[in-house]
Design a protein around this ligand. Structure first.
Ligand SMILES: NC(=O)c1ccc[n+]([C@@H]2O[C@H](COP(=O)([O-])OP(=O)(O)OC[C@H]3O[C@@H](n4cnc5c(N)ncnc54)[C@H](O)[C@@H]3O)[C@@H](O)[C@H]2O)c1
Ligand SMILES: O=C(O)C(=O)C[C@@H](O)[C@H](O)[C@H](O)COP(=O)(O)O
Ligand SMILES: [Zn+2]
Length: 361
């Protein structure tokens, strides 16, 4: 099936299905006769690079760049390898980059595309669940800084997203579960019906039931496409997609990028958000336990790392991109399926949440 992200002249399709990597027609009009660079990593290349090269065989010039794998390499040093390659190849402004991989490759390729010669086109071919339901859509691109997650970046929309669900078959279980965290996020932030559906189908989804998985990917992409079309650059509603991320990004940065997977950190972060919402009297104990239970069934963490104390979170959270004039802003649920941005966060309650949602040392 194909969904559209409606952004006027920057609109683009999201193709979701199986065997899409074998369907060259989907990309032909974008790549024909152009200089094309596939950017991937050393885990994905042996699995999908050959098929991707075949997919893009109508390109004028086709090259590939294989980066080291891991969140620890999502930085400016690695990004420079992309620019080195593009310049060495003599690629011009009409070239097109292709991100073949998970969110790390997608975010870096997107940012390279946003900045090479002040902006070139790119295509997303997401190969993780997380990338298929979230990172490949919406045009947030960038790299990490030691002091903060995704701190260097740009909004730059892809020209096309091609999510071949067959690629999920080779995804390790831990990575698959991490993707489910962002799936659950859509339910809590704005789709209570989907949240209930996830509760019913959690075990089968964890077992990668192909029919349910396709339904979940479509629902998430539809939700994201709608939000992005309404608020491309996060001046309002798009911030809801950051549910759990202020806490989660603090965990990722503090623990060292890659020790906690992004989805794992978001999972613990969402529990912190619902815990704080309960302390504010917005959620019931039953709401909180529904969220925790769903994440537990999906084999995701429901508490932060034992190594982190309250004072480790607060300075990291103080550099979150949603913060305004030095003031912390958090996405918190009023109910399951309805979240809002809160800018007056009670410091005492926040500390209580951080303490009670951390694993004991
Ligand atoms: N731009 C956005 O809107 C957005 C949204 C969510 C997350 N993100 C970012 O995405 C990143 C996380 O993405 P991720 O979870 O995809 O992690 P990832 O890109 O690190 O991929 C996870 C692991 O799976 C491997 N892999 C990828 N596809 C595979 C496949 N089909 N078979 C076997 N192995 C495969 C990768 O090599 C890697 O080791 C974070 O940096 C996060 O900040 C961005
Ligand atoms: O698309 C968005 O908007 C999101 O916030 C999606 C998040 O899942 C994603 O992790 C995003 O990269 C976080 O954005 P950031 O602005 O907090 O870095
Ligand atoms: Zn995320």
């Amino acid at each position: 099936m194909t969904l559209d992200v409606n952004l006027g002249e920057r609109s683009y399709p999201i193709h979701i299905g199986t065997e899409l990597l074998n369907n060259a027609e989907l990309v032909e009009s974008l790549v024909i006769d152009r200089q094309v660079l596939i950017i991937t990593n050393d885990t994905i290349a042996p699995l999908y690079l050959r098929a991707t090269e075949k997919l893009l065989s109508s390109a004028g010039t086709l090259s590939s760049l294989i980066l080291p794998d891991g969140e620890a390499f999502k930085n400016l040093t690695t990004l420079n390898q992309v620019f080195d390659r593009l310049l060495t190849l003599g690629y011009s402004r009409n070239c097109i980059l292709v991100a073949l991989g998970g969110g790390v490759i997608g975010d870096m390729t997107g940012y390279a595309a946003a900045s090479y010669q002040r902006g070139v086109d790119f295509i997303q071919i997401p190969t993780t669940l997380l990338a298929q339901v979230d990172s490949s859509v919406g045009g947030k691109t960038g790299v990490n800084h030691p002091l903060g997650k995704n701190m260097i970046g740009a909004f730059h929309q892809p020209r096309l997203v091609l999510a071949d669900m067959n690629s999920l078959k080779t995804l390790p279980d831990r990575e698959y579960a991490a993707g489910l965290a962002e799936v659950v996020k859509y339910g809590i932030l704005g789709d209570s019906e989907f949240f209930s559906w996830l509760e019913v189908n959690a075990e089968k989804l964890l077992a990668r039931d192909p029919v349910l998985l396709a339904q979940a990917v479509e629902r998430c992409c539809q939700n994201k496409a709608t939000i992005v079309a309404e608020d491309e650059k996060e001046s309002g509603k798009r911030a809801l997609l950051n549910l759990g991320h202020t806490f989660g990004h603090a965990i990722e940065a503090h623990m060292g990028y890659g020790r906690w997977l992004h989805g794992e950190a978001v999972s613990a972060g969402m529990v912190m958000a619902v815990d704080l919402a309960q302390r504010l009297g917005w959620l019931t104990e039953q709401d909180v336990s529904r969220v925790r239970q769903l994440l537990l069934v999906m084999q995701l963490p429901v508490e932060g790392p034992a190594e982190m104390a309250v004072d480790d979170y607060l300075p990291r959270m103080a550099v979150d991109k949603k913060n305004l004039d030095g003031r912390l802003r958090l996405i918190l649920p009023r109910s399951i399926g309805c979240c809002e941005m809160v800018s007056t966060v009670d410091h005492q309650l926040l500390c209580e949440t951080l303490r009670s949602c951390s694993a004991t040392r």
